[in-house]
Design a binder for this molecule. Structure first.
Ligand SMILES: NC(=O)c1ccc[n+]([C@@H]2O[C@H](COP(=O)([O-])OP(=O)(O)OC[C@H]3O[C@@H](n4cnc5c(N)ncnc54)[C@H](O)[C@@H]3O)[C@@H](O)[C@H]2O)c1
Length: 360
C-alpha cells in the first residue's frame, strides 16, 4: 500500500516454516482471548497446554481444539514434539518456569514483564544464551498496526529527524479483569505503559534518562499507581512523553500517538484502548512538512487483539530458522525493563534517573 509515496503494510506475515510444535503454560485470560485466536488465524501448531488449575487447562484445550491438556510442566517439557513453550502465567511465577523450559532445551516466548527485577530478566537472558535457545518476549504492541506502519515510515525517512514524540492515553481500564494487577504495588508502568516504553524504544532507540511522576485517583481500590507521566531524554534533540490516566469516566476517552519530525508528522489512535479487549482498528495519518499541507490517511486492517499477538511468535520462529535475533529478543527487552525500573526509581526519588544507574 502506498501512503504519500511511502510503502506501508500492516499485514502480519509468518516465516516459511511455522509448524513448530507449541506448548502453552498458563491458560488464563490473555491466552484464551489473544494468543490462541491469533495462532489459529495463522494455522500454528499448538500441541499441548498446562495450567496449575487443571480445569483451566482442560477448558482451554476443549475450546481451542488443542490435542492435549497435560497434568504437569514436566509432562509438557518431556514431549519432544513441543519445540516452543509459550508462557503466560502471573508474572511472579514466570522466571522459575522459564528456567525449566530453558534447561529442557526448548525455545520460549515469555510474557511482559520479562522480570520484575532487572537481575531476573538478565539471568533468564543469560541462561537462554548459554543453553542455545531463543528467548523472545511478548511485547506485541510492536506489531500493532499504528506502530508497525510508523516504523516503516521512519525507516523510509518520511519524518526526517523526530524531535517530539508523544503517547497520550486517557481511558477507563477494567482492572477487575486482572485482580492480581489491581493488588500490585507497581501497577501502571509495570503492566501497561511497559508496552508504550517498548514501542518507543522500537521506534526511536534507547533513551539515556527517564523522569517520571506517578499518582493514584481519589478513592481508587487499586493498590499501585494508575496515573503516570514518563519523560524520556535522548542524546540529541528528541524528547518523548508518555502520559497515561486510567480513570477517565467520560465519553472522551482517547489513546493517541504523535511523532513530529523535520520532514513530516505521523499521528494516530490505538484502537484497542477504546473498548478493551474488543477495541477497533488503529488509525494513522501522515502529513509531509511541505506546502500545500495535506494529511494522508492510512487504511489499516489488522487489530492489536488478536492480530498483533501473532507477531512475537512469528518472529521467534523466524529467529530459530535464520539464527538472527527475534524482534523482541530477551537481550533487547532488557532495555525496556531498565526503562520501566528507571521510571519507578525516578518517581520514588523525585529526580531524573539515567538508564546506566539501572543497567550498571
Ligand atoms: N502482552 C499483553 O498485552 C498482555 C496482556 C494481558 C496480560 N499479559 C501478561 O500475561 C500473563 C497472564 O495474564 P492473564 O491476564 O492471562 O492472567 P490470568 O490471571 O487470567 O491467567 C494466569 C494463568 O496462569 C496460571 N498460573 C499461575 N501460576 C502458574 C504456574 N506456576 N504454573 C502454571 N500455571 C500458572 C493461572 O492458574 C491462570 O490460569 C501476565 O504475565 C500478564 O502480565 C500480557
Amino acid at each position: 500500500m502506498n501512503l504519500a509515496g511511502f510503502e506501508i503494510d500492516d499485514a502480519i506475515v509468518m516465516p516459511v516454516k511455522h509448524d513448530y510444535g507449541i506448548g502453552i503454560v498458563g491458560c488464563g485470560g490473555i491466552v484464551n482471548y489473544a494468543h490462541l485466536p491469533a495462532y489459529r488465524k495463522h494455522g500454528l501448531n499448538v500441541l499441548a497446554c498446562f495450567d496449575q488449575d487443571p480445569e483451566a487447562a482442560a477448558k482451554t484445550a476443549r475450546e481451542h481444539a488443542i490435542p492435549r491438556a497435560v497434568a504437569s510442566l514436566d509432562e509438557l517439557l518431556a514431549d519432544p514434539a513441543v519445540e516452543i513453550v509459550d508462557i503466560a502465567v502471573t508474572p511472579w511465577a514466570q522466571a522459575e518456569i522459564a528456567e525449566r523450559v530453558i534447561a529442557a532445551g526448548k525455545h520460549l516466548l515469555c510474557q511482559k514483564p520479562l522480570g520484575m527485577e532487572y537481575a531476573t530478566a538478565k539471568r533468564l537472558v543469560d541462561r537462554a544464551r548459554e543453553a542455545g535457545v531463543v528467548l523472545a518476549v511478548n511485547q506485541q504492541m510492536r506489531w500493532d498496526a499504528g506502530i508497525r506502519v510508523s516504523k516503516q515510515l521512519l525507516r523510509q525517512g518520511a519524518l526526517g529527524d523526530v524531535a517530539d514524540a508523544r503517547i497520550e492515553v486517557s481511558i477507563r481500564t477494567p482492572w477487575h479483569m486482572w485482580p492480581w494487577i489491581a493488588q500490585s504495588e507497581r501497577l501502571e508502568v509495570m503492566y501497561h505503559s511497559i508496552h508504550y516504553l517498548d514501542s518507543i524504544r522500537y521506534l526511536f532507540g534507547d533513551p539515556v534518562a527517564v523522569t517520571a511522576r506517578h499518582a493514584k485517583w481519589p478513592g481508587q481500590p487499586e493498590v499501585g499507581e494508575t496515573r503516570t507521566m514518563t519523560i524520556l531524554d535522548y542524546p540529541g534533540d528528541l524528547r518523548v512523553s508518555v502520559d497515561v490516566n486510567h480513570h477517565n469516566w467520560s465519553e472522551d476517552a482517547y489513546a493517541r500517538f504523535r511523532w513530529l519530525g523535520t520532514e513530516g508528522i505521523v499521528e494516530g489512535t490505538l484502537g484497542l484502548l477504546y473498548d478493551y479487549p474488543t477495541g477497533r482498528v488503529d488509525t494513522l495519518r501522515y502529513q509531509p512538512n511541505r506546502q500545500p499541507l495535506e494529511w494522508h490517511e492510512a487504511r489499516l486492517s489488522t487489530w492489536w487483539i488478536p492480530d498483533a499477538f501473532a507477531g512475537p511468535m512469528a518472529s521467534l520462529m523466524e529467529a530459530i530458522q535464520t539464527g538472527k535475533p527475534p524482534v523482541t529478543a530477551g537481550a533487547e527487552n532488557i532495555g525496556t525493563i531498565a526503562a520501566v525500573l528507571a521510571a519507578y526509581r525516578s518517581a520514588a526519588e523525585g529526580r531524573t534517573v539515567r538508564l546506566e544507574e539501572i543497567t550498571g
